[in-house]
Structure formats: C-alpha cells, structure tokens
Write a protein that binds this ligand. Structure first.
Ligand code: A3P
Length: 330
C-alpha cells in the first residue's frame, strides 16, 4: 500500500498481524484524509495499524474502581485535559514550592504522562503489566462508549469526556493532518476533508456518534461519566475544574482554595504555559508526533479563519440532523 514514511509508526500500514489482516479484509474501507486508509470497525473508523491495540485492549484491560479514563475524539483538547487531570490527581505531590519535586509537566509532554490505553501499552505487547501501577491510574482513550473494554463499563471507574465544537474540531484536525503530510505533497484538500467529516469518515468518527454515546451515558449514569465541553472549560475554567475534582471524589479543601491551588493548576496547564515550555517546542511523543503539533492556537471559534460560510453551514446542518432530539448543543 502506498503511504508516507513521514507518518508516525502507528499510522503506517506495514507489519500488520495476520489476525488483523483477516479482520481488516472483512471491514468497509475508505481512503482516509490523515492516513491512507480508514476501516469501519464496530461502527467507527480506525487506521489499520491501530486495530491491534484496540483488540488487545478490549480483550485484556482490567479496569479498577479507582481508575480514571479521559475520553475524547481527536482534536477536542485531549492534551489540555491530560495535563489538567494529571496535575489535579497528583496535586499533593507537587503543589507549593521548597522541597517539592519539580512538576513533571514542566519537563514532559502531557501525552507522555498519560498514555492512550487503546494503542500505547497494547500496540507492542499483548498484555502489559498495568496492574502494578499505583492508584489512581490515569489513562486516555478515543474509543466510543459502546466499544470500551467490558471491564470499564462493569467497574466503578470514572470516565471524563471532553467534547468540542465540531467546526473547531474539524479545523484543528485538518491542520494536524496537514502537519503530518510532507510539504512536497501539498496541502490536503479542505473541501474533500469536509465531505468526509460530514459523512462521518474521520478517525474514531462519526463525530456525532462519539459525542452522543457519551452524552447518553452521562445522562444515564452521571456518577460514572462526566460530560465536559472545551468551550465551558475556556469560559469558566475554575468552576469546571472544581466540578471535575468533585466528580473524581477529590474536591478542593478550603485550605487549597485559599492557597490558590485551583489557579495554580490552571496556570500550569494553560495554552500559553504548556506551549511555551522547552519540552513542548521540540522533540516527539512516544507515539511519534512532534510535541509542538499538539499546540496550535487553542481558541474557541477559530474555525472562522478557515471555513467559508457555506462550509460552516454544511457542518451545522449535519450536526443539527444527527443531534436532533438529544438535547445536546455543541
Ligand atoms: P487548535 O488546533 O484549534 O489550536 P488534542 O489535544 O485533542 O489533539 O487537541 C488539540 C487542540 O487543543 C488544538 O486546537 C490545540 O491547540 C488545543 N490545545 C492544546 N493545549 C491546550 C491548552 N492548554 N488549552 C487549550 N487548548 C489547547
């Protein structure tokens, strides 16, 4: 299969196991826009090489009641929430100054502190020893709700879902895809990418099925699934962070509130702070993406700089139709 060697290894199409090849040959396939092809597995689109990680995770991952799982569709603010969750859950270890160790977020990219469950640990190994990790274990995933490992749904582990406006998500993804494409291959067609996105063809899409699955789960089991919006996080980060801490059973104490711990976490994890760190300006994540590719503008409504009125209306119409009756507005 033709493909760009500049892609991170997990997005390339070589070296796929026989089991995955057999399964892939039975799945619907489309030309992707970030990678060369996408396959429809359990109702969502995945690059072929990720199938192994997904299958192994679905078969082997044993969730614990104390686990925390961040769920997003790509480009909805995963990096930001990984940083916030890491800082929140580890705040006792690193807050304040003096003898405390230096905060890991100052020297590591958030993706290297919070692994993606469905491809990082399981891509190279069949059943890694995640059992020895101390609680609370923090992972991220892009898997849709219906495809989570059974143990995640059966246990009392907590799921934090972050959604983002579809037009901003689409534009962010298009820029990210362009970054992955060698300059001499030219820009990826915005119009063709939009056509695919509006048909639901993007990694882990359809977008609407992803958000609706978690929105429904959050309405039915609010103690298990917290549904957050990127836009709310931007508008009122203090309130959202306190809501998140309460949901995870680690609310801020009066003393922490007085000491400014909430602001401290938000400052550390802000776009300007993270994107300005040396570690995030150079180097690559364990998955092979450039650290800096996760920080572009970090704004709400940036789609106006990229989409024509007609293009924006196409996404709006597609969402209106798919989200109708759900009570969800994005
Ligand atoms: P833009 O491309 O619109 O700038 P993900 O982490 O899911 O890959 O999403 C990447 C998007 O989140 C990018 O959006 C990126 O700039 C934005 N982002 C990264 N860090 C952020 C932060 N600390 N605060 C707000 N947005 C952030």
């Amino acid at each position: 299969m033709p493909q760009s060697q500049s892609l991170p290894k997990y997005l390339q199409e070589d070296d796929i196991s026989q089991e995955c090849r057999d399964l892939l040959s039975s799945l619907p396939c489309e030309q992707g826009w970030v990678v060369t092809s996408l396959y429809l597995y359990q109702g969502f689109w995945v690059p072929p090489k990720q199938l192994k990680g997904i299958l192994t995770c679905q078969r082997h991952f044993q969730a614990r009641d104390t686990d925390v799982l961040l769920v997003t569709i790509p480009k909805s603010g995963t990096t930001w929430l990984k940083a916030i969750l890491f800082a929140l859950l580890n705040r006792a270890k690193y807050s304040g100054s003096g003898s405390q160790p230096q905060h890991p977020l100052l020297s590591q990219n958030p993706h290297d502190l919070v692994p993606f469950l469905d491809f990082e640990p399981y891509l190279e190994q069949d059943a890694p020893d995640l059992a020895s990790l101390p609680p609370p274990r923090l992972f991220a995933t892009h898997l849709p709700y219906h495809s989570l490992p059974q143990s995640v749904r059966d246990s009392k582990c907590k799921l934090v879902y972050l959604s983002r406006n579809p037009k901003d998500t689409f534009v962010s993804l298009w820029h990210f895809a362009n970054n992955l494409t060698p300059k001499d291959e030219g820009e990826i067609s915005l119009q063709e990418s939009l056509n695919k996105f509006c048909r639901g063809v993007n990694g882990y899409g359809p977008y609407w099925d992803h958000v609706l699955g978690y929105h429904k789960a959050s309405s039915e089991t609010p103690e298990k699934v917290l549904f957050l919006k990127y836009e709310d996080m931007k508008e009122n980060p203090c309130a959202q962070l306190r809501r998140l801490a309460g949901f995870l059973g680690c609310p801020f104490s009066e003393e922490e509130l007085k000491e400014g711990t909430v602001d401290e976490i938000l400052r550390l994890c802000s776009f300007d702070s993270l994107s300005g760190l040396e570690v995030n300006k150079s180097g690559k994540t364990a998955l092979g993406h450039e650290n800096k590719s996760y920080f572009r503008r970090g704004e709400v409504g940036d789609w106006v700089n990229c989409l024509s009125v007609d293009m924006a209306q196409r996404i709006d119409r597609a969402m209106e139709e798919k989200l109708r009756g759900s009570g969800l507005r994005l």
